[in-house]
Design a protein around this ligand. Structure first.
Ligand SMILES: C[S@@+](CC[C@H](N)C(=O)[O-])C[C@H]1O[C@@H](n2cnc3c(N)ncnc32)[C@H](O)[C@@H]1O
Length: 446
């Protein structure tokens, strides 16, 4: 039941036959099928369909071929279903295997990293942290163990230990990775309520930053408090997305991103027929994660984004009819077309005041056209302005404000609203708000 996701390679001379290759392939496919079943069981549990979740779990357990990461989910679902005995069996088995992987492969950073991350999922944080630190020492040029360590040590309210360990490690990184590491550390410190530690870190780091990049450092410092200054350093933001595009899908999956599914659920609630009849703009399409949910409804599927790196990933998906580079904040850069629907998933988090961008959308939409958007739900924070800027540099919005901004920009009252978790950040759920409204013809606007 417990194959580490990315364990060490088989010993030389083993696994070279065609039979062995076929077995490996069959195991991989079975793991994939079981991963899908685990995802379906999670959804079933959320929707209160416990019998369906139980049946899916039986199928998974009968087959037994599940990655170590998958086993952590099986453990959580079985606990939720009250099957404590089998949950414990799976936990003990997997944790035992992972400890053995760590003991047997102390110099294999890939095996250590995978084992460490799953141990943490099982709540074995001390061992997980130790293996992550070892991984980072082995691969000083790799950010992957650094990022979970930042959130783990911060959750344990230990910013001092974090800085002691990680400032020297970050100093060993070069260029983009160095800056990304400092940015993650500062955002983490801000998110967990240590903005002063983040400011001190920035001051210590400043001499190492070139003049060309110091604006990014200033932006990170400015994000530490919701100071009311809403200037977005668009250049740095898009720089980050260009760099991030290579890992984007993998990363978003790891943090349980549900934005695209939320768009799919909204379309289902609106009762759209999959009749390929609409001209749809995926505004801020990124790598195209929403596109599969939109394609059945679109005669024309147009994606636009400001990051060339993200647009290239979308192009490789081969699902859009058109892709263009657009700054959603600048109407002059919009496609010269008229859309029956605009979808904007996880993009308005980069805008404080939504009215200008919503007006830009209205201007390129046909009367009656649908706008579907997601924002992070401010959940009562930032009420004075209707939005709040967070240490991550992203904004979250008050749903009341969103409704008001939609009306001011020429949209109807929301026809449909969904509130759900958008993803997990530092392992805590991020509340989201998805809303659908249509363009009100100018003659009917007050
Ligand atoms: C978090 S991603 C979401 C991508 C996609 N909609 C999804 O759901 O996977 C945010 C995207 O918004 C884009 N973006 C941010 N600000 C933008 C702007 N002013 N104009 C166009 N795109 C922007 C980024 O480049 C990035 O691709």
């Amino acid at each position: 039941m417990t194959t580490p996701d990315n364990g060490p390679p088989p010993a030389a001379g083993v696994g070279s036959s065609a039979d062995m290759q076929a077995d490996i392939e069959a195991d991989r496919e079975a793991q994939q099928l079981n991963t899908e079943r685990i995802g379906q069981a999670f959804s079933a549990l959320e929707e209160g369909r416990r019998d369906a979740a139980r049946e899916l779990m039986e199928q998974v357990l009968d087959d037994g071929r599940v990655s170590a990461g998958g086993a952590a989910y099986v453990w959580a679902i079985l606990q939720e279903l009250g099957d404590a005995e089998r949950a414990k069996m799976i936990r003990d088995g997997t944790v035992g295997t992972l400890r053995k992987v760590i003991a047997d492969h102390p110099d294999n950073p890939i095996a250590l990293l995978d084992a460490a991350l799953v141990l943490v999922e099982f709540g074995e944080e001390e061992d997980g942290i130790a293996a992550l630190e070892r991984t980072a020492q082995l691969k000083r040029d790799d950010l992957r163990p650094v990022l979970p360590l930042i959130s783990l040590l911060l959750q344990r309210k230990d910013p001092e230990r974090l800085l002691q360990i990680w400032e020297p490690t970050l100093a060993a990184l070069a260029g983009d990775d160095f800056r990304a590491g400092v940015a993650a550390l500062m955002r983490g410190l801000g998110h967990f309520g240590y903005p002063d530690h983040a400011r001190q870190l920035a001051e210590r780091q400043r001499p190492r930053w070139s003049a060309a990049h110091v604006a990014m450092l200033d932006g990170l410092v400015a994000n530490l408090d919701d100071s009311g200054d809403d200037t977005q350093d668009l250049g740095s933001l898009i720089d980050e997305f260009d760099r991030f595009s290579a890992y984007y899908d993998e990363n978003l999956e790891a943090i349980g991103n549900r934005g695209p599914q939320l768009i799919g659920r909204m379309i289902e609630q609106l009762g759209w027929a999959p009749d390929a009849s609409r001209e749809i703009l995926d505004a801020g399409c990124g790598t195209g994660l929403c596109a599969p949910y939109l394609r059945p409804f679109a005669k024309l599927l147009h994606g636009c984004d400001l990051s060339v790196g993200m647009l290239e990933k979308s192009k490789a998906r081969n699902i859009f009819d058109l892709l263009t580079r657009t700054d959603l904040g600048n109407p002059a850069t919009y496609p010269q077309a008229s859309f029956t629907a605009v979808i904007c998933a996880d993009v308005l988090v980069y805008f404080g005041d939504l009215e200008p961008v919503l007006r830009n959308f209205a201007a390129i939409m046909r009367p009656g056209g649908w706008l579907i958007l997601t924002v992070e739900d401010a959940a009562g924070q930032g009420q004075a302005r209707g939005w709040e800027r967070r240490p991550s540099g992203r904004y979250r919005h008050d749903p009341h404000y969103v409704v008001q901004a939609l009306a001011s920009a020429g949209f109807s009252e929301p026809e449909c609203e969904i509130r759900d978790t958008l993803r997990y950040e530092f392992r805590t759920p991020v509340a989201g708000y998805c809303v659908a409204a249509h363009v009100v013809p100018a003659s009917s606007q007050h």
